[in-house]
Design a protein around this ligand. Structure first.
Ligand SMILES: [Zn+2]
Length: 189
């Protein structure tokens, strides 16, 4: 491949290119092909190329760390999908409404999940994501003895309504009304 050196009108050098690319560039009026005294081929650009745009920024790790701390406080250390305990290193931020849909990065749209669980659910709707969790929760509860289920729910930060004290209906006052006697006699018979 014939190397073509590249420079802008001010003589500032750029990465070399191929003769094909340089010819194409020159044919479009974006530069001129020159030969220097050493026989080297140059593409002198018609104007300096614009500075390359910086790559899109991914959220800084400090932002991610803060989000994880807040989510652990809110939801605990269990994966949203498989409900298993995660180590800090295993935690990834899962967007319930996908980022592809330009969803928010706010806490309301975030949960913690294993990377694998996160990726497996990536294409699903919110309803389907919740269903995976519900299914897993049912399996989990079925695998625990009834007396352990409350503990499981508590660990998962799922509020359990406290059972209302069963108020027994007031007992009818004992009367000596003839009807009561009759009724009593009927019940005893
Ligand atoms: Zn998981």
């Amino acid at each position: 491949m014939t190397i073509v050196h590249v420079k802008d009108p001010n003589g500032k050098p750029y990465a070399p290119t191929s003769i094909e690319r340089a010819t194409e560039c020159a044919s479009k009026g974006r530069g001129a092909i020159l030969f220097d005294s050493d026989g080297r081929i140059w593409l002198e650009l018609a104007c300096a190329p614009p500075p390359s745009e910086p790559p899109p920024k991914s959220p800084p790790s400090s932002w991610r760390k803060k989000r994880i701390i807040r989510l652990r406080e809110r939801d605990g250390d269990h994966c949203f999908y498989c409900l298993r305990l995660m180590t800090h290193e295993q935690m990834t931020l899962e967007h319930l409404l996908s980022r592809r849909l330009k969803a928010s990065d706010s806490l309301e749209n975030l949960v913690l999940a294993h990377r694998v669980c996160n990726e497996n659910a990536g294409h699903l709707s919110i309803a389907e994501k919740v269903r995976i969790r519900e299914q897993r929760l049912i399996d989990l509860l079925m695998n625990h003895a009834p007396q352990q289920r409350l503990r499981v729910l508590k660990e998962l930060r799922i509020p359990v309504p406290t059972a209302k004290k069963n108020k027994s209906p007031p007992k009818p006052k004992k009367t000596h009304h003839p009807t009561a006697i009759t009724q009593g006699a009927y019940l005893q018979s």
